[in-house]
Design a protein. Sequence first.
Length: 403
Amino acid sequence: MTANQRPDQTREVFNAFQRFFDNEVASAVPLFLTTAMAIAWANLAFHSYEHTWHTQLSLSLGHLSVTKSLAHWIDEALMVLFFFTVGLEIKYEVQVGELASLRKALLPVIAAVGGMVVPAVVYTLFNMGLPTIKGWGIPMATDIAFALAVLALLSRRIPLGLKVFLSALAIADDLGAVLVIALFYTESIAWGFLAFAGLFIVLLMVANRLRIHHPIVYALLGLGVWIAFLGSGCHATVAGVLVAACIPAKGRSDTDEFIADVNQQMARFQCEPDSCGFSILLNDRHLDAVRAIEESCHEVETPLQRMKHALHKWVTFLIIPLFALANAGLYLGDFKPAEALTHPVAVAIALGLFLGKPIGICMFTFAAVKWFKIELPQNVTARHIIGAGCLAGIGFTMSLFIG
């Protein structure tokens, strides 16, 4: 093997790994693996599992201090980045994608309302007059991470519009669940902290308006929003969605300016006839042109797309698997099938998620299409909506928070 062949083979190996990590199906693998690991860990060494994730960690700032378990820090800190990336995806689709039309953007919101109301009604009917009726919010929410992971496994067989529809539905669903938590399951809300969160959001909007594109500005202000939500008693992950809505979706230069700048720099880069082809090191003129092209690429790329790309692998291959590992440890040692099949809470949650959820989503979606003449996303059929309704029945994250 020659020295020239080794770099080519190394590059091929690197590209193969790159293709794997960029593949949507591959992104679902760590989630399901860590879910299986969590269940195995909880049943083989339950006390170890509980002790690990209930370890208390404190965050202190001056006289303020917040103490939560390791599992809660994953749910309320790391998962903020997941909600942030989903919020970026939704904003992109609202700006130029499948949700750019107001009528199309309304459809997943209407579907989410149906997917929350019907399961809550089902739960209430089965627990009417019982102390357990207060758990009516458990079957309401869709888990974005798990639903999109299942959707990723089917990505080659489904249209893009369905993925966007389910993402937007899950976002609206989770925001509804957060509102339910805030209004009905939060013992007290610190409105002063929420006011500070609002102030930071206004500053984010001002920064966007002033076309400030430096990520540090948005990171610091976003951190302020998260801390304020954390102190308010409301679920902190909603901060991720709100901050994402404030990220600039336009670059500093448009495509025409970019093409003109790059063409100008490429002309500077042209080699002299007697020095082309074999030069190992670039001269100063070439380096200046390369750096100018790099700057032009940075100017035309939007902060929204740049942040989404930067966070994608961290969220997919670290944060979501950690979340599953910390939350999916279902202990089956005390499981009694006969009791589970007759207990009103278990029956209500199961029926609410697996029947109420798809029925509510489909009923409200088809009603909106028929009565309000709202079009389904491109290439999406009634069969796809029914499938999305079934996937929305994966109520993991928010159901755990409410439960």
